[in-house]
Design a protein around this ligand. Sequence first.
Ligand code: 13P
Length: 252
Amino acid sequence: MRKKFIAGNWKMNLNRSDAVALAGGLASQLGTSDDVDVAVCPPSVYLDAVREAISGSQVALGAQNMYHEASGAFTGEISAGMLLDVGCKYVILGHSERRHILGETDAAINLKVVAALAAGLLPIVCVGETLEEREGGRTQSVVKGQVEGSLAGLTAAQMQQTVIAYEPVWAIGTGKVATPAQAEEVHADLRSLLETVYNSEVAAAVRIQYGGSVKPGNAAELLGQPNIDGALVGGASLQVDDFMGIIAGAKS
Ligand code: 13P
């Protein structure tokens, strides 16, 4: 049985005091309940402050990106070791905003995924089609290509530690959520791809989150689909009540 996993991607939002207040609010509301895995992924400059705010709670810390090299002359970059050092458990890799705005390729994402796993960080690897690709009937091939490219070379054990986030680009920040059936179709395809590439044990173990306009009002139905194992939440992760509402949807 896969444990549901709700992660908040705060993107480039909040300031230090709002980040600490949000994290502290979540930590206290969540209490000791651990039937759902919960993580927050603040901007990297606030990781340390947020770690302190969630210390001792069930909320885990994640980063939004990293570089694949361990150290050296890579101005502006952050390594997996540095993220572990400030208390991260997870790192989001290959988010569509990084793919489309910052030009990240599957090959670059693959290097990061491999480096994260080697260091002991759990990657949340994002895939998803644009509206044009969906309307052109290419959703399945695009998502398959992204999974094969960005997760190339992972062992079965590494794959089981990796979370996949299916985030259709047209649903991100638009309020236009995929229907539960549209999301479930892609999640089921992803799971059968994992079965083909690895085996049924790996396919059954990997958690596949949905992301794109997840809100308290649509979370329960999405998370009730057999192959949707959690959510990667943008806008609605910036308010304690909204994020708690989504976590509640994962429990129902
Ligand atoms: P929204 O929830 O704001 O649509 O963002 C989704 C997302 O990109 C999470 O990574």
